[in-house]
Design a protein. Structure first.
Length: 174
């Protein structure tokens, strides 16, 4: 964890919602039961609190379908664009992201991300690779500006390139 103060972000990175978390802590989006364990090493990205696991926390690795969850709220029908994949969450109810947001979650200069854009119907409408620059917040802000410059884009999913795993989503600002 670095202690450098980072500027507030222009867009809001969204964690998994409390309702979805409650379900994932029972049965995940692949139909598998949640299996909690104590992570003694820490460091994995928690999608409930948008911060790394601290050593000794009780967590679970579950399969999550972010587009399906979003579509259930909005009435969209993503069809074949629905995807699911592994995410770490706290195994027990947790407060979510704490305090004032500083920087984007899991941002590290040099790391590779893919930003996938979806329209209001849940269909993919483009994407791009982002190598996070030294100014991490500016790099993400600019990439989201670019995504939402297309009026069709309703939301953006940020994923790690190497593992393909979902990090967080950003919706078009109201
Ligand atoms: Zn949490």
């Amino acid at each position: 964890m670095n202690t450098v103060t980072r500027p507030a972000t222009a867009y809001t990175p969204l964690p998994i919602t409390p309702d979805a978390l409650a379900r994932l802590r029972d049965v995940d989006d692949a139909g598998q039961p949640c299996v909690p364990y104590v992570d003694h090493e820490g460091g994995s990205p928690l999608r409930c609190c948008l911060r790394p696991v601290a050593p000794g926390e009780r967590v679970a690795l579950v399969s999550y379908a972010p587009l399906r969850r979003w579509a259930a709220e909005t009435g969209a029908t993503p069809g074949a664009y629905d995807e699911q994949g592994p995410v770490f969450i706290h195994a027990d109810p947790c407060p979510g992201p704490a305090g004032e947001r500083v920087g984007y979650p899991f941002a590290r200069a040099g790391a590779l991300r893919t930003l996938r854009r979806y329209n209001a119907r849940g269909q993919i409408v483009g994407g791009r690779l982002l190598e996070i620059p030294d100014d991490e917040t500016q790099g993400f802000d600019t990439a989201f500006d670019e995504a939402f410059a297309d009026p069709e884009v309703a939301l953006v999913h940020v994923r790690a390139v190497e593992y393909g795993c979902f990090h967080f989503e950003v919706r078009r600002p109201a």
